[in-house]
Design a binder for this molecule. Structure first.
Ligand code: ADP
Length: 161
């Protein structure tokens, strides 16, 4: 069974990586699909978001990382995925995630959405919080891999740590 884990990954955090590791253990292969365009107006260009996921998840053998710029369902079909993997953190994620999952089910009844909870430590972690801390020079080492810290510092014109 192939699963697809879509997202903006702006940037990838330890919360995403926790899900990636769980997903890679659970499915024969996992495709991390980085959305080229996002209504969230990402901080990082798509190619850099992809590169950060690749760097952070290097070493997981049954994992591929790809950009997509189509309807997620089309991309899922292209890669042969039967499952969409999404993360649920607090209750605040629930309504949004349920809406997407039920809409996707209407459009593609054969594709199942599976939700995973991250490790407790990452329940309140989001890319947007990381971006805001980093923007003002705060420390984000606890939240993202070292390679991502370097990308953030460069993006905000801060000297390397
Ligand atoms: P999107 O723009 O599609 O929401 P994100 O990159 O913000 O993209 O998130 C992708 C998926 O990863 C979503 O299902 C989100 O709930 C999940 N996610 C994000 N941060 C975490 C975290 N800390 N723990 C678990 N899941 C997370």
């Amino acid at each position: 069974m192939i699963a697809i884990y879509p997202g903006t990954f702006d940037p990838v955090t330890f919360g995403h990586l926790d899900l990636i590791e769980r997903g890679a253990r659970m499915f024969d292969s996992l495709v991390v699909a980085v959305a080229q365009h996002s209504p969230k107006a990402p901080l990082f260009p798509a190619a850099e978001r992809l590169e950060m996921v690749r760097e952070a998840a290097a070493g997981i053998p049954n994992l591929t990382v790809a950009l997509f710029d189509t309807l997620l369902l089309e991309h899922a079909r292209q890669v042969g995925a039967g499952v969409i993997l999404r993360g649920l953190r607090a209750v605040s994620d629930f309504e949004y995630e349920l809406q997407i999952a039920l809409t996707n089910r209407k459009l593609a009844p054969d594709l199942e959405t599976i939700f995973m909870a991250p490790n407790n430590n990452y329940t309140y972690l989001s890319s947007s919080v990381v971006r805001e801390i980093a923007r003002y020079g705060g420390s984000v080492e606890e939240f993202v891999p070292a390679a991502v810290v370097a990308h953030l510092r460069r993006r905000f014109g801060q000297s390397p740590a």
